[in-house]
Write a protein that binds this ligand. Structure first.
Ligand code: NAD
Length: 484
């Protein structure tokens, strides 16, 4: 059986934590044994990361780091098929998705932050002094130090490198705790780190779970200088609490219950195409996904019917078959959670428009499959409409006026993203500015320029990452004042 090891100080080590089984979501087969890190292993990883700050890595010029980042991007591309297979086996997501999104973005993250650090200068301020000679202030960006990186399972390589690439670009070292569900690509990246000559201790990976396991050992380690986390809002609260010990910076990218808003002047074909993607892609396991949909009454029936048709059009099956468009959910536990919401919707009196159950997938009967699902008719207070389900499902509510749509969209403790569908340009700008989220998409969804700020409002997170905003988090900006 394949063993997945920790990567500590440039070496793959079994670790002394309790090993656990990693399963293929499409079949429920055990595909590898993950050798988890115990408290001492996490301590060894953090100690190695701290020591590496004073080694060759800490003395490297920005130009040398940029060259290494580009080699990392090339290194992922060179082993594209291995990364693809590892990601598909861990997540069950179809190759049609992972080969277009996960792996290419995993590589691109290193190039984009190489570009970003190359283009980032310092600010200077000349000031007057009483003696008339003046003084010059300039800022320098220094690494934060050791960054603890805690990742989720839905876009494993993409979201991990989204943090590791800017952290390394800025000269930090990292200890990564991938999700227990998806340990493989972070581990494979360790091999790429070795092959391109990243010094030992700069990139470390520790495996395990959250509470009383590698996750908590990492967040509570006093030599971790900053924490960056993507995952559930509830976990984010625990991470923030851990970060408060030692007053350490924390970046949180958390959950959502994202509203889509469709006005009756929208281009219907384009809208349905975009909505279906936003509700169902990656089996709905996308933090930016649309689980609440508000549609102006004039086209309500058309959108409900159109989205139901899309929901029924997905091809389940072998994730390695390029024609498969819908994979399973990540785990049996998650399947039970999503199915629980599907059942709750019915008992709360929802009208089931499409889906609602588990499909029969020939040859993959033991996988964690679920149907894309559309409901109408629930109240805005119902748990199905207020809580993040993280499955391929959406509830559609009609509205009459623009004000009502804005009110409904904002009626949530979350504030990650929205998509607004209209051909009225003034309305698009007006509504985008009034929905309380970190990212508003107009006539599109998940269209990402990696230089832009990414993050959530309200309970969807703290801080922004992307482009120069990542550099804000991964560096400590210091001012130097020179009296002339
Ligand atoms: P999760 O919070 O359950 O786990 C995320 C990571 O945190 C895992 O590695 C887990 O082991 C670790 N963890 C759990 N408890 C911990 C603790 N007490 N201390 C330290 N580490 C701990 O999230 P998940 O189920 O892996 O991911 C799904 C969630 O992530 C959804 O809520 C989704 O919306 C969110 N998400 C947000 C974004 C974003 O950019 N805002 C992106 C992707 C996913």
């Amino acid at each position: 059986m394949k063993q997945i090891n920790n990567f500590i100080n440039g070496q793959f080590v079994t670790g002394s934590g309790e090993a656990y089984e990693n399963r293929y979501p499409a079949t429920d087969e055990v595909i590898s044994i993950v050798n988890a890190a115990d408290k001492d292993d996490v301590d060894a990883a953090v100690t190695a990361a701290k020591k590496a700050l004073d080694g060759p890595w800490g003395r490297m010029s920005v130009a040398e780091r940029i060259a290494l980042l580009r080699k990392l991007a090339d290194g992922i591309q060179a082993r594209f098929d291995e990364f693809l297979e590892a990601e598909v086996r861990d997540t069950g997501k179809p190759v049609s998705i992972a080969s277009h999104i996960d792996i290419p973005r995993g590589a691109a993250n290193f190039n984009i932050f190489a570009d970003q650090i190359a283009a980032t200068g310092a600010e200077t301020f000349e000031m007057a002094t009483p003696d008339g000679n003046g003084a010059l202030n300039y800022s320098v960006r220094l690494p934060q130090g050791v960054i603890g990186v805690i990742c989720p399972w839905n876009l494993p390589l993409l979201l991990m490198t989204w943090k590791v690439a800017p952290a390394l670009a800025c000269g930090n070292t990292v200890v990564v705790k991938p999700s227990e569900e998806t340990p493989s690509t972070a581990t494979l990246l360790g091999e790429v780190m070795q092959s391109v000559g990243i010094p030992d201790g700069v990139y470390n990976v520790v495996h395990g779970f959250g509470p009383d396991s590698a996750g908590e050992f990492l967040t509570s380690h006093p030599d971790v200088d900053a924490l960056t986390f993507t995952g559930e809002t509830r976990t984010g609260e625990a991470i923030m609490q851990a970060a408060s010990k030692g007053v350490r910076p924390v970046s949180l990218e958390l959950g959502g219950k994202n509203p889509g808003v469709v006005f009756d002047d929208a281009d219907l074909d384009q809208t349905l195409e975009g909505l279906a993607r936003s509700c169902f892609v990656n089996t709905g396991q996308v933090c930016l996904g649309t689980e609440r949909l508000y549609v102006q009454r004039g086209i309500f029936d058309q959108v409900v019917e159109g989205l139901a048709d899309k929901a029924k059009s997905y091809a389940y099956g072998d994730p390695f078959n390029p024609d498969t468009t819908m994979g399973p959910l990540i785990s049996r536990k998650h399947l039970q959670k999503v199915q629980g919401y599907y059942d709750k919707a019915i008992s709360a009196g929802a009208t089931l428009i499409a889906g609602g159950g588990a499909p029969d997938v020939k040859g993959f009967e033991d996988g964690y499959w679920i149907q894309p699902t559309v409901w109408t008719g629930l109240s805005e207070q119902d748990a199905v409409v207020t809580e993040e389900i993280f499955g391929p499902c959406t509830h559609i509510t009609p509205f009459d006026t623009e004000e009502e749509a804005i009110h409904l969209a904002n009626n949530s403790p979350y504030g990650l993203a929205t998509s607004i569908w209209t051909t009225n340009l003034s309305r698009a700008h007006r509504v985008a500015g009034k929905i309380d989220v970190g990212i508003s998409w107009v006539n599109c969804w998940f269209l990402r320029d990696l230089r832009t700020p990414f993050g959530g409002a309200k309970r969807s997170g703290i801080g922004r990452e992307g482009g120069v905003h990542s550099l804000e988090f991964y560096t400590e900006l210091r001012n130097i004042c020179v009296k002339l």
